[in-house]
Design a protein around this ligand. Structure first.
Ligand code: FES
Ligand code: FES
Length: 155
């Protein structure tokens, strides 16, 4: 069946099976491979994107449920050749670890600051609980989000 949505500002149509997950449509249908699949239990957050401005795990959404929606993926954050402030904060504070968890972590962090522009460290840790990194202590990731909040937040 046909599904149409706006992805990173561009209207796109695609043919999907009814059971196709949004994450697979983004990766395989649209070639946006920055959104990753890290688990099959909706627990890792590697697949996090923004759907109509809210952060969602795209492995828990059917592509057809996103009909008519506005989707932003990690590929859509930078603009005019400049990193998004959150990407810049991750770069400067060594929050960027592997390419697998980082895109989802950045997308979740942007949403977090949209909802809580000046979070405490605890609020950042709580806000990123749905995003797992198997190899770090999260310290630099939390530092990055706090730094982004200080320099103007999510946008
Ligand atoms: S792939 Fe979606 S939460 Fe892990
Ligand atoms: S899973 Fe990506 S740095 Fe740990």
């Amino acid at each position: 069946m046909q599904v149409e949505m706006t992805v990173n500002g561009e209207r796109v149509r695609g043919d999907v099976e009814p059971r196709t997950l949004l994450v697979h449509h983004l990766r395989e249908g649209l070639g946006l491979t920055g959104t990753n699949v890290g688990c099959d239990t909706s627990s890792c957050g590697a697949c996090t994107v923004h759907l109509d401005g809210r952060s969602v795990k795209s492995c828990t959404v059917l592509a057809v449920q996103a009909e008519g929606a506005e989707i932003t993926t990690i590929e859509g954050l930078a603009s005019n050749g400049s990193l998004h402030p959150m990407q810049e904060a991750f770069r400067q504070n060594h929050g960027l670890q592997c390419g697998f968890c980082t895109p989802g972590m950045v997308m979740a962090a942007v949403s977090l600051l949209e909802e809580h522009p000046s979070p405490t460290e605890d609020e950042v840790r709580h806000g990123l609980e749905g995003n797992l990194c198997r190899c770090t202590g999260y310290h630099n990731i939390v530092r990055s989000v706090l730094a982004a909040a200080e320099t103007g937040g999510a946008s």
